[in-house]
Write a protein that binds this ligand. Structure first.
Ligand code: NAD
Length: 512
């Protein structure tokens, strides 16, 4: 670390190491309000030495925390849950101010985080192992789950509050300590997570935060004292994290990008399917890993469906995230907005039909406080029809407010499209045919399936994760698989013999 003195600069979003704020850094990056385009702060970009200090703090906290009784851990999680509820508005406004999503959408992040805390608060039950009495004469066997040590979490910009809380509750409930490396684009939510955990009674050093970029990530991946890494972000970085982390002997779960299809069969309820496509396609400006980016229109449903979606898209209200009237906010950066707009242009050039061109349209009006939004990173929603699998807009993860429609003749064509896609996060089907829905459920190659549900994010007591290029590693995140990822098992075989029966036996131990 460049200085061990705790410094607090109001314009700087810094680290939290061993319970202390450290804002000192050699490098900084800008933090924007995407709704205005203004720079609102600077984020410290950690050096390898800063990461080492955070890992050292987590390592020092591990012996005490891993021995802390389960009831005390639960008590802290309950207190944290209460704090999340009472700070819901503050959290949502903070997320909106740096991410740009509308405040009501940001409140959804808190709701999902609450579920993960609720699940983790069941830890006394979740850590119970198996017990077998009398496996041999006087011999019993039991299994325990023990924490791994220091775990690291590396998170994306699109859910700056929720994704850290996919990881932290299960990790610490199991007795691990944690180093979080949040996205440098919207870093402040991580400090709020750390503050509320501390207010809930979590001892210093159990959860640490290092702000930064790939320098911090790469140090975490190589650090000998980091036992496991949870990552959520784009597929190329997920692959890098998985390959580098496992090469350094770590347990890694790395969740990547997505291209989620919504298959609409001819018998589907058309209005419900159109509502779902618009909600799941343009919510959070399409910057969700579970966003629908491709509508697969099967058979003769296509014309009516595209028209129903078009009408709805034209009615969407785009505006600053803090305006209660806005349904969709800006994108995260000007560069990302330009990249998404270029994808819309490429679709047109490659032969698709632009039904709604989001690059057109009036400028967004001022914010509720009269804020000038002319420099904001806005892009209105686009709807592209007659997209084909070879088009760039189909092949790449756009991660913006662009919905592609691929027209196919039959259910089998739709299923093949889903299964041949290199991503496999979520996939949904809208139909009234139970047989078709069941076949989709069984045969679609994706980790999360929706039946008449466009965004099938698992509740906190199941686990979240995709297949194929959407997940590197074996474990999905949070829920039961989160507990498995955050612990390792130990099997204890024990005998309490009567000294009178003891004898020497050089044979291999046998149970019969
Ligand atoms: P990103 O991959 O650019 O960044 C994710 C994290 O990795 C950040 O903390 C960032 O600082 C770090 N990082 C970026 N480049 C790196 C590099 N070259 N080396 C090491 N670390 C690096 O992702 P993003 O733009 O923040 O988030 C959007 C992406 O995340 C989308 O692809 C989206 O689909 C994906 N995502 C996936 C899920 C899921 O559950 N599968 C959930 C949310 C987001």
């Amino acid at each position: 670390m460049t200085s061990s003195t705790p410094v607090q600069d109001p314009g700087v979003v810094g680290h939290v190491v061993g319970g202390r704020r450290v804002d000192d850094a050699d490098r900084h990056g800008p933090v924007h309000d995407p709704s205005t385009g203004r720079v609102t702060g600077r984020v410290a970009l950690a050096s390898a030495a800063d990461v080492d200090a955070a890992v050292a703090a987590a390592l020092a906290a591990f012996p005490g925390w891993s021995r802390t009784g389960l009831s005390r851990r639960v008590e802290i999680l309950f207190a944290f849950h209460e704090l999340l509820r009472s700070h819901r508005d503050e959290i949502a406004h903070l997320v909106s101010a740096e991410h740009g999503k509308v405040v009501s959408d940001a409140q959804g992040e808190v709701a999902r985080a609450l579920e993960n805390v609720e699940f983790a608060a069941g830890i006394p039950h979740l850590l119970k192992g198996g017990f077998s009495q009398q496996v041999s004469t006087g011999v019993d066997v039991h299994e325990v789950r023990q924490p791994l040590g220091v775990m690291a979490g590396i998170t994306p910009f699109n859910f700056p509050f929720m994704v850290p809380l996919w990881m932290i509750p299960t990790a610490i409930a199991c007795g691990n300590t944690f180093v979080l490396k949040p996205s440098e684009r919207d870093p402040s939510a991580s400090l709020l997570v750390a503050r509320l955990l501390s207010e809930a009674g979590l001892p210093d050093g159990v959860v640490n935060v290092v702000q930064g970029d790939r320098v911090a990530v790469d140090r975490l991946l190589e650090h000998p004292d980091v036992a496991a890494v949870s990552f959520v972000g784009s597929t190329p970085v997920a692959r890098h994290v998985y390959e580098t982390g496992t090469r350094h002997g770590k347990r890694v779960q790395a969740l990547g990008g997505a291209k989620n299809h919504l298959v609409v069969l001819p018998d589907a309820e058309l209005d419900a399917a159109a509502d779902a496509a618009v909600s799941a396609g343009y919510g959070s400006a399409g910057e969700r890993c579970m966003a629908i980016s491709v509508v697969v229109a099967v058979g003769d449903v296509a014309d009516a469906l595209v028209e129903a979606i078009r009408v709805r898209v034209l009615g969407l209200v785009v505006g600053p995230g803090n305006d209660p009237a806005s349904q969709m906010g800006p994108l995260i950066t000007a560069e990302h907005r330009d990249r998404v707009a270029a994808r819309v242009g490429s679709a047109l050039e490659e032969g698709a039909r632009l039904v709604v061109d989001g690059r057109d349209g009036p400028p967004v009006g001022p914010g509720p406080g009269g804020e000038d939004t002319s420099g904001g990173f806005f892009l209105r929603p686009s709807l592209v029809d007659h997209v084909r699998p070879e088009h760039t807009v189909y092949r790449e993860e756009v991660f913006g407010p662009v919905l592609s429609v691929v027209r196919v003749e039959a259910f089998d064509d739709a299923l093949r499209l889903v299964n041949e896609n290199p991503y496999g996060n979520g996939a949904a089907i809208f139909t009234r045919d139970g047989g078709a829905a069941r076949r989709f459920e069984v045969e679609a190659q994706a980790g999360m399936i929706g039946v008449n549900v466009p965004i099938p994010v698992p509740v906190g007591y199941y686990s979240f994760g995709g297949w194929k290029g959407s997940l590197f590693g074996d474990s999905h995140m949070y829920g039961p698989e989160g507990i498995h990822f955050a612990t390792r098992t130990k099997v204890v075989t024990s005998r309490w013999p009567d000294p009178a029966t003891s004898s020497i036996d050089l044979g291999f131990p046998r149970t019969r």
